[in-house]
Design a protein. Structure first.
Length: 323
């Protein structure tokens, strides 16, 4: 099995923690990191849990510079998820199963239920929430399926899905009500492909679903974290510096377990020794000459098909070209 993620330099410390616990709980699993930067950051090579680091520009995406220039950081990084899966399925022809995990996730035990689901299904996706009564209106904006955890098992069906998703994020990975970057496309996938919706409450636990009955009973038992009646397996530390602590305080009665959940992750990040990397600016926010790309320049490029066709490398230009 291969576990992969996409990250920028500023989140390499999070990816290091994710990879560490994949190695601990999934013996023999390769961890492949796609780095969405112009060059490999020196800190990346110091992380011993990565089996391979591939630059986004080396995934084989056609007209890469034209494709990426129209996206801001969040859009650009998330657009790469299906392209990475596509690359890995080609680059590792003898590997059968591939799991994408966001870099801010952590495994607390072996994900055997997920592995079982992937053994029986070609495409495994995870809902944002599991309880209909708790569905927030916000999911009409960001989608009902979370793209932070995607599993595919080698097959024609999985390849069709990955290529379909990649084609859409290539053109339409914008952060707005229609697309929510890469994510809302996944709401359509069960209609077009043979998708298994993986509904174990111990996976992809996050600030947006901690209020559910199946999840808010976080507690410690025999040295391990459990939810209401299921073991915690994969926690998604999205917005761990703001939304997550407030959500835990609001919904989880067991303060000690919440403290353990947060403090151990902060300690994990510190132990990477590279947590200061979080202040690193995104290299694709700059032209090759060092000038910062303005939002107006990206917007003009995005809205002008002629510019997209004629400028083979917009990063070699400057803001004055778009005035």
């Amino acid at each position: 099995m291969i576990v992969c993620t996409v990250t920028c330099a500023d989140n390499l410390h999070e990816a290091a923690v994710m990879a560490k616990y994949v190695k601990e709980h999934m013996s023999g699993t390769k961890v492949i990191v796609c780095l969405a930067e112009k060059k490999t950051h020196p800190s990346a090579s110091t992380i011993r849990y990565f089996d391979q680091i591939v630059l986004a520009a080396n995934l084989g995406i056609p007209n890469f510079d034209q494709y990426l220039f129209k996206y801001v950081l969040f859009e650009g990084v998330t657009s790469l998820k299906p392209h990475l899966l596509n690359y890995l399925m080609s680059y590792y022809p003898n590997e059968r199963q591939f799991v994408y995990l966001d870099s801010d996730m952590k495994l607390f035990r072996s994900p055997r239920e997920l592995i079982d689901a992937m053994d029986s299904n070609r495409i495994v996706l995870v809902p944002q929430q599991l309880e209909a009564d708790s569905l927030w209106d916000v999911h009409l904006f960001n989608g009902s399926i979370n793209s932070g955890m995607v599993g595919v098992t080698r097959s024609e069906e999985a390849m069709r899905f990955v290529e379909w998703w990649a084609e859409r994020t290539y053109h339409y990975c914008y952060f707005n009500h229609q697309f929510f970057a890469d994510q809302k496309w996944l709401d359509l996938a069960p209609s077009f492909f043979d998708v298994h919706l993986f509904k174990h409450p111990g996976y992809n636990v996050a600030f947006w679903n901690m209020h559910e009955q199946a999840r808010k009973g976080l507690h410690l038992d025999a040295g391990q974290l459990w939810l209401t009646d299921k073991p915690l397996c994969i926690f998604h530390y999205s917005h761990y510096e703001n939304f997550l602590p407030s959500s835990l305080h609001k919904w989880v009665a067991d303060r000690e377990s919440s403290k353990i959940l947060m403090e151990t992750y902060i300690q994990d990040l510190a132990e990477t020794g590279i947590q200061d990397i979080s202040r690193t600016p995104w290299s694709y926010d700059f032209y090759d000459n060092g000038e910062r790309i303005t939002p107006e320049s990206r917007a003009k490029f995005k809205s002008n098909p002629y510019l997209q066709e004629m400028m083979t490398n917009p990063f070699a230009a400057s803001n004055k070209v778009f005035r």
